[in-house]
Write a protein that binds this ligand. Structure first.
Ligand SMILES: [Cu+2]
Length: 132
């Protein structure tokens, strides 16, 4: 490994360690919601977290996800169903709230993340657990 690339790798680890104290990077906040036509789940997005990032839904059904991007940068919200099929992939404009209507059609774990470079690595990800 050349010295320059080694240095940039160390920088990445230092950044990751610094972020450990923020909302993102390994911290978990749980929200519980019931599925239904009128159910709204608010999520805050910033670089590099979704908050809450662990969602527990009682059973399959419709859910409106209201994502407020509080950062001055574009973010993204990609949602996979338990079979890893992409349900949604939406770009989130800076300082705007985007509402996404999803149908959680089966019980299981739905992963979500931001598809921008390295954002998932730094903590922009989460899970929706849907019960039976
Ligand atoms: Cu992001």
């Amino acid at each position: 490994m050349r010295p320059a690339s080694k240095r940039s790798l160390i920088m990445i680890f230092v950044m990751a360690a610094a972020l450990g104290g923020c909302a993102g990077f390994g911290r978990i906040q749980t929200a519980r919601v019931k599925s239904g036509k009128l159910s709204v789940l608010p999520i805050e997005a910033d670089r590099f977290y979704f908050w809450p990032n662990e969602i527990r839904v009682d059973k399959p059904g419709p859910l409106a996800i209201e994502i407020k991007n509080v950062s001055p940068w574009w973010q993204n919200f990609t949602l996979k169903d338990p079979t890893w099929k992409t349900l949604e992939s939406v770009n989130l404009p800076p300082h705007e709230t985007t509402i996404i209507d999803v149908k959680l059609s089966m019980p299981g774990v739905y992963q979500f993340y931001c598809n921008r470079t390295l954002h998932t690595f730094f903590g922009m990800n989460g899970q929706i657990f849907v019960g039976k």
